[in-house]
Design a protein around this ligand. Structure first.
Ligand SMILES: CC(C)(COP(=O)(O)OP(=O)(O)OC[C@H]1O[C@@H](n2cnc3c(N)ncnc32)[C@H](O)[C@@H]1OP(=O)(O)O)[C@@H](O)C(=O)NCCC(=O)NCCS
Length: 338
């Protein structure tokens, strides 16, 4: 169903009146949406000259993270634009992700009033029930938000979100990165666009594990799934950035880098661990990002994953932030503050 029409149904309008949510818009973004159109939405959001104290907030939407805003756009992306007293003041971008069977993701939650202000609290309070409603309409039992900002974390908890996991965000400045020689017997190759090999190596590594815990976050995958992910408009996945490691000619490890300078999916088969394979995989992956013009590489990993944290620290990554994943049921509808 076209959610634009859907959202303008009389039932929802009545609901909006009741909640005094003048100016709400819910737009289903078609796959072909031009960035121009989106920027119109965002420019409207940033027409806030009357709030001169907010430039850093605006920056978050339009500047530094512009790529990540546009990369959020997939087939089922929905944007909620919240208006406060008729002024566009809050934005939530909703979309599906790898764990899409379970969660609807809130990919961005922004608010143009200063964090901590009562207006910011009101805006988020307006958005949360709408996000829940969207999730429910789309058939998701739960929604997930990843947040680094304490104000938003606390506020989401007040609105029924519970903490689910904590990740450490680590960064490495690539300026001084130099590739070292891999250990004896280890060879790392880039396999640009080779979906079949990527999937084969991934599954071999994951399924060869002696215990399930060895690869908690890496379920087996299939080629059809990866191709469909690659086919999504503005996907962050970069098939050029896939690397496989071999130890004595046997595939034993994998790492990927994405279009935003993120490193992910670093995995080494249990039988090949502590032989320098993980480190050897990162080396060319980081060079690749540097060649692509990135100044920094970023990784997000579970706070309790000590082997990986040690590895990244040894390579030179530094902890920058803690990212909290919060989840909430879509069933509950809380009445927002008036
Ligand atoms: C994390 C992982 C990739 C490490 O691979 P690896 O090939 O064993 O790593 P390396 O041999 O290059 O280790 C480099 C350094 O990392 C640290 N390290 C790696 N494994 C460790 C462990 N189990 N305990 C403590 N430190 C560890 C050590 O400092 C090590 O140096 P050292 O061996 O000289 O002491 C591997 O354990 C793995 O695949 N884990 C499961 C998937 C995962 O968690 N991936 C990271 C998610 S982002």
């Amino acid at each position: 169903m076209n959610s634009f029409r859907h959202i303008r149904s009389s039932a929802l309008l009545r609901e909006y009146e009741r909640l005094q949510l003048r100016g709400w818009k819910v737009i289903r973004v078609p796959g072909s949406l031009s960035l121009g159109k989106l920027s119109t939405i965002i420019v409207r959001l940033t027409e806030i000259d009357r709030y001169p104290e907010l430039p850093s907030n605006i920056e978050r939407v339009t500047g530094e993270s512009w790529d990540s805003v546009s990369s959020c756009l997939g087939q089922d992306t929905r944007i909620l634009l919240a208006c406060l007293d008729g002024v566009p003041s809050g934005l939530a971008i909703l979309g599906t992700d790898v764990k899409e069977a379970t969660f609807l993701y809130v990919k961005r939650l922004e608010c143009v009033r200063p964090a901590g202000s009562s207006d910011a609290r009101r805006i988020v309070a307006h958005m949360v029930p709408q996000i829940r409603r969207q999730g429910r309409d789309m058939g998701f039992p739960e929604i997930q938000v990843e947040e680094e900002r304490p104000f938003f974390i606390d506020l989401l908890k007040e609105h029924g979100f519970r903490e689910w996991r904590r990740d450490m965000v680590m960064q490495l400045c690539l300026k001084n990165h130099r590739e070292a020689k891999p250990p004896r017997g280890v060879r790392v190759v880039r396999i640009p666009g080779d979906v079949d090999r990527f999937v084969k190596v991934w599954n071999e590594i994951v399924l060869s594990a002696t215990s399930k815990e060895s690869f908690d976050d890496f379920p087996p995958i299939n080629a059809q799934y990866i191709r469909s992910k690659l086919g999504e408009p503005n996907t962050v996945l970069d098939p050029e950035g896939w690397f496989v490691a071999y130890l004595h000619y046997r595939a034993c490890g994998l790492v990927t880098v994405d279009r935003l300078g993120g490193v992910g999916d670093l995995m080494v088969a249990t039988w090949a661990r502590r032989k320098g394979v993980g480190t050897a995989l990162l080396d060319p992956a980081l060079s690749f990002l540097k060649k692509r013009g990135f100044e920094k590489a970023e990784i997000s990993l579970r706070e309790e994953n000590l082997p990986a944290i040690r590895l990244y620290t040894k390579v030179g990554f530094q902890a920058k932030a803690t990212r909290v994943s919060l989840v909430a049921s879509t069933q509950q509808t809380l009445t927002p503050e008036a």
